[in-house]
Write a protein that binds this ligand. Structure first.
Ligand code: ADP
Ligand code: MG
Length: 255
């Protein structure tokens, strides 16, 4: 944890694109084991925050401390190895690969065979490959995709593709999972399934940052909610507090 006892601390985060401050001195503290909602009108900086947290963007200013380590400026793969996994606002799967292969791609971090092992197909390599397949299968089962393991990702219904992305992210064995609008484009029954899934992930001790447009989803499962507007954090608190906050209401009506 950080010196203040949080899993994650974002301090004075500034992310500038040309003349635009997509994030403007944002502070964020995420308590271990919680679901932390991140909301705000379109263009308020939510996805930018995800991209900074996962090392895709290098912050213009500010620091990110995760598990007691400074990770701002680290590469995406180093940050992933530290235990931060994510899904994307737009589904990013390998469409022509099967569901299980998509999960296996995410597992190469944990089962890192050396090149010689792959070339010579050593016993050790085959054992690792077997372990990875078992783990991928159990991840698919966890998200309710056991029966669809050998379907090409592009042939899965959209809601299942979203679940597959979550399975792949969980393959990293993250302590922090970032979900960028996981309910976008889902049907009402899919959304119900997603909510159950997020609660199940939380029960496994994984901390979650949830960006979500569907207010009922965020408000029902978040322990704390932070609100961004034009790159600035304008409110934070329990869902009930945030929902009735005048600045928040104004930001949404104005946007
Ligand atoms: P949100 O996810 O809250 O809808 P974003 O974080 O995607 O918002 O975007 C915040 C602002 O930053 C927007 O004005 C967007 O156009 C801008 N932005 C995001 N990424 C980039 C980029 N790579 N280059 C330039 N501007 C960007
Ligand atoms: Mg976004």
């Amino acid at each position: 944890l950080t010196s203040k006892g949080h899993l994650l601390e974002v301090r004075n985060m500034v992310m500038q694109f040309g003349g635009l401050k997509a994030l403007n001195e944002v502070q964020l503290e995420i308590a271990k084991g919680t679901v932390h909602g991140l909301i705000g009108p379109n263009g308020s900086g939510k996805s930018t925050m995800m991209n900074v947290l996962t090392g895709i963007y290098k912050p213009t200013e500010g620091e990110i401390e995760f598990n007691g380590k400074l990770i701002s400026g680290s590469t995406p793969s180093d940050i992933a190895s530290e235990g931060i996994a994510r899904t994307f606002q737009n589904v990013q799967l390998f469409g022509e690969m099967t569901a299980i292969e998509n999960v296996l791609v995410g597992l190469h971090h944990t089962y890192r065979s050396n090149l010689l092992g792959i070339i010579f197909n050593t016993k050790h390599y085959r054992a690792e490959e077997h372990a990875a397949r078992l783990r991928a299968a159990s991840l698919l089962k966890f998200v309710g995709l056991a029966d669809l393991a050998n379907e090409e990702a592009r042939n899965l219904p959209y809601g299942k593709q979203r679940m597959l992305e979550i399975a792949r992210a969980l393959g990293l064995n993250p302590s922090l999972l970032l979900l960028d609008e996981p309910a976008a484009g889902l049907t009402a029954p899919d959304i119900k399934e997603l909510i159950v899934m997020i609660e199940k992930i939380k029960e496994h001790g994984i901390t979650i940052i949830l960006i979500e447009h569907h207010m009922d989803v965020v408000m029902s499962i978040s322990d704390t909610v932070s609100v961004l507007d034009f790159g600035t954090k304008i409110a934070e608190g329990k869902p009930a507090e945030v929902q009735t906050d005048e600045k928040v209401i104004e930001a949404y009506l104005g946007g």
